[in-house]
Write a protein that binds this ligand. Structure first.
Ligand code: FMN
Length: 199
């Protein structure tokens, strides 16, 4: 069991080339994301994480919105690579949007003034854990995904398009789909430089 867990962690990679073809049913993806949201820990069990899962045309819309937002700020003569990147994400089947509910965090700050400065940090950490659980669980089903950060540029348009509550802060976007290429080589720094053991 333990080795299966670590194997799943090792198998997760950033997969940029994705298609719309079904790997597992959309319902299965929904189940995975729901399980991840329920069972990923959060500070004080605050459960501050929120997600929105976009499939098909809704997913396409997100990457159209992102492309048009970037077009407003990237110089026209250097927009081609950005446009290509947006098209690659749009080629996927869906996107998971990760949010953190700021109302929950403010509530905790008022309730536990001693930890006031920590709650926003812990909220980001909890979101990171959730992102990793979803990413790894999707990879475990044979789905490729990457982690993207077009927030805060797209926040307002996303909020308006999907009627997102004002207190939900967008943290990350995870486009996913059928993997169409192997991930590149990943260099590893020596573990000795990153880990100390005392016994
Ligand atoms: C907190 C965090 C933020 C990241 N942000 C981005 C991002 O904005 N865009 C992107 O393409 N990849 C992003 N990545 C992916 C990393 O570049 C990638 O995980 C790393 O290079 C290792 O490659 P692997 O995912 O294939 O193992 C992010 C990863 C983490 C953990």
């Amino acid at each position: 069991m333990m080795s299966q867990f670590l194997d799943a962690i090792k198998a997760r990679r950033s997969i940029y080339a994705i298609s719309k073809e079904e790997v597992v049913s959309d319902q299965r993806v929904e189940e995975i994301v729901a399980e991840a949201v329920l069972h990923t820990p959060s500070s004080f069990n605050s459960q501050s994480s929120r997600v929105v899962v976009l499939f098909h045309e809704q997913h396409d819309k997100l990457w159209d919105i992102t492309k048009e937002t970037l077009r407003e700020i990237v110089p026209a003569d250097s927009f081609a690579p950005t446009e290509e990147k947006m098209a690659a994400f749009r080629s996927g089947r869906g996107t998971v949007l990760f949010f953190e509910d700021q109302e929950v965090i403010q509530g905790l700050q008022e309730q536990f003034a001693l930890y006031k400065d920590n709650f926003p940090v812990w909220s980001e950490q909890s979101s990171g854990m959730l992102q990793f659980v979803v990413w790894t669980a999707l990879a475990n089903e044979g789905i490729g995904a990457t982690l993207q950060h077009y927030n805060p540029l797209i926040d307002e348009k996303v909020r308006n398009e999907w009627n997102i509550p004002a207190s939900w802060k967008l943290i990350a976007q995870m486009p996913f789909g059928k993997p169409m290429a192997e991930p590149g080589e990943k260099p590893f720094n020596p573990i000795e430089s990153r880990m100390k053991v005392f016994k």
